[in-house]
Ligand binder design. Sequence first.
Ligand SMILES: [Zn+2]
Length: 243
Amino acid sequence: MNASPADQRRLLEVAELDTRIRQVDAVRRNPPQATRVQELIARRQELAQELATRLGVRDDLRADLARIESDVAVVDARRARDADRLASTSNMKEAQGLESELGSLARRKGDLEDAQLELMERLEMADAAVATQEALIAETNAEGATLSAEAKRVVAESSAAFDAATRDRAAVAGSIAADLLALYERTAVRSSGAALLRRGTCEGCRMVLAGTDLQALRQAPEDAVVTCPECGCILVRTEESGL
Ligand SMILES: [Zn+2]
């Protein structure tokens, strides 16, 4: 195939734009923050499960404490009633019975207060455990929100870059002879499509061409479309080619 050297050079622009389009397309589909965001979502689920467990422990302790407080109230009422009756009775036997009951109520109250203190300590620890877990979740949410915002920005930027490069590509491709562009498209499926030959090296595959290959390229007419013997891409010759 023959094509003007100017058209051949424009293929390099198309190849560059195609590389750019592939790069920004990959970024907009999968921004670099995406993996960490997924990790954070999984982590938040684990943290929320643990928080539910800790909240359950705290609720149980609160219920136990409420029960003890109501037991204390019952004992207090009973003691007040017994004390009133003791003050007003003249019956010795009844007075003895009331005194004995007041003694056991005092012991019962002491036991309840000990249990109450212990529960309050455990509740304090349970509150702290809940607060720790809530702080971890808040941290995870904050990191997730920051990364999601960054990812959104990166996706918007690469989408804009994708659109711009696609427009540029259409403009450049539209100025190239159709048969040359079609050859490029076919070649680009399995190589970089078109590359500059610079100082005897194909920039598509980075291979230094053999002397005999360079000799053949040297003899090819300027408008001949030549390909790299190593990777098969269209080799564009310029004053930099070292021929
Ligand atoms: Zn090559």
